[in-house]
Design a protein around this ligand. Sequence first.
Ligand SMILES: Cc1cc2nc3c(=O)[nH]c(=O)nc-3n(C[C@H](O)[C@H](O)[C@H](O)COP(=O)(O)O)c2cc1C
Length: 330
Amino acid sequence: MKKRLIKILPYPMEEKLRKLLNTYRAKKAFLYDHRRYKDHSATTGYNTEEKLRARIMMVYHIAEKGLTMPIPRLGFGQENIFTICRYCEEYFTKYNRTNHQVLHAVAVLQEYLRFHERNNYELDKALVDRIGTIKGMVKDVEIMDGKQIMITSEEYFKEVKSDFKAFSNSRKSVRSYSESEIPIELINSSIEMANNTPSACNRQTARVHVYTKKEDMQKILGEQNGNRGFGHLADKIIVVTAELGVFSQAMERNQAYIDGGMYLMNLLYTLHYNKIAVCTLNCSHTPTRDKVMRNLCKIKESEVFIAILACGMMPEEASIALSPRYGCTN
Ligand SMILES: Cc1cc2nc3c(=O)[nH]c(=O)nc-3n(C[C@H](O)[C@H](O)[C@H](O)COP(=O)(O)O)c2cc1C
């Protein structure tokens, strides 16, 4: 009925009505997404096992990353360690003591203690006792080693020309970079290969912005919230965005993020192939920070941020976070 009505109208009116209808549909769709996000994300609390576990994974990963920093700061992140303990206690009390992701959190706590012991640093006694309590809750369960991986550059890149399984298993986030410059040709060649990424109707929404000036990088990384302790060592940064203008109507509202995410993953692989050490940095911005970042990166209003890649040449040796994955079941 709506379609037929639009068709019998004179062209300018038809256009106007179509625009109004599309705008209305987009708004309705975004409200639908908003409702789903509000109801099912952890925005209003970690009130299910899944949500609490994801929160634990997030906080233990912060500690895990801290242990891999080029120069870890003794006594780092104690508040976060208390948080891990609190959430683990809640999880073990409410759910189970067998989930390997939550047990990995305990392994990270253990490694945090060992790291400070090795460096003769006396941690707050209350913190040590708290970790002891959590370990006590799972004393009859086997806990894997939480020590991060120390790897040489040669070892890290040894599979870059191997079959895909070995290649893909060998890529990890690297948060330590040497002082050497990345030849720009390697960045360009990585981007060229990543352009093979498929996209919806081949509209190729991904855009790549490379920053090489220390001053620009410092400003951008200064606003990003996940690069403390290593971002300053990056030789170049790459900002991946996606152009909204190639999409239309409500049903394509998330397509830029899907196509952009696929491009990002491909770029991570091509950079790895070219032996560049990389760490993805989130662009999970509030609207205020989005505006600031847009300004600093000189990103067009029509583009949305996908992620930032901190890139550098690999040092002779680097520490890499374990970041264990789920198996086929959780
Ligand atoms: C979209 C995205 C955002 C990320 N943001 C950050 C970040 O801000 N800081 C950081 O140190 N790592 C960040 N990471 C890296 C993840 O922590 C890392 O990829 C994950 O733990 C898996 O480890 P792997 O890359 O070593 O396989 C991000 C990764 C992705 C995919």
